[in-house]
Write a new protein. Structure first.
Length: 156
């Protein structure tokens, strides 16, 4: 067994089979360089296993304070999202239904019927475009403001 093979085996010393342990022991008996390297490696490993660097209480406290601050900020953000000034999903649906009903009932008004009969079909194109723009804008704002809830609900 050569020196590089022995050093590769030493780094995985915990799971080394007995056969390789015997070969490494035999090699280090005759090779003083490998024996010295293995001894240095094992000494360094023991130092690292025992608390080589004691944990600093100052660092631990400052990290825990930052985590607490982040949790407070997250809680405030979630609370602000549910505050009275922000529309809930239920509020958005109710507002959407009101918009839909108002757009649909506009076709049943007396003035609309008179205006549509006098202007002809050229009047229907701008009305259709206006209704499309209103519904598309409302849908975009609804989805944009409730993206988190919608993605959780539909698993996206």
């Amino acid at each position: 067994m050569n020196c590089s093979k022995v050093m590769d085996l030493i780094y995985d010393e915990d799971s080394m089979p007995l056969y390789y342990q015997i070969q490494v022991g035999f090699h280090t008996f005759f090779c003083r360089d490998c024996a010295q390297k293995i001894e240095n490696y094992q000494a360094a490993r023991m130092i690292m296993k025992e608390d080589f660097l004691q944990p600093s209480a100052d660092i631990e406290n400052s990290i825990m304070e930052k985590i607490a601050i982040e949790e407070d900020i997250q809680t405030e953000t979630e609370h602000a999202h549910n505050s009275p000034g922000v529309l809930s999903t239920r509020g958005w649906v109710i507002a959407g239904l009101i918009i839909m009903v108002s757009l649909i009932t506009a076709f049943f008004g007396l003035d609309f019927q008179n205006l549509a009969s006098e202007s002809g079909m050229s009047f229907m194109l701008p009305v259709g475009i206006t209704i499309g723009i209103v519904l598309t804008t409302y849908g975009a704002f609804f989805i944009g403001s409730n993206l988190k809830e919608l993605s959780e609900r539909f698993g996206l």
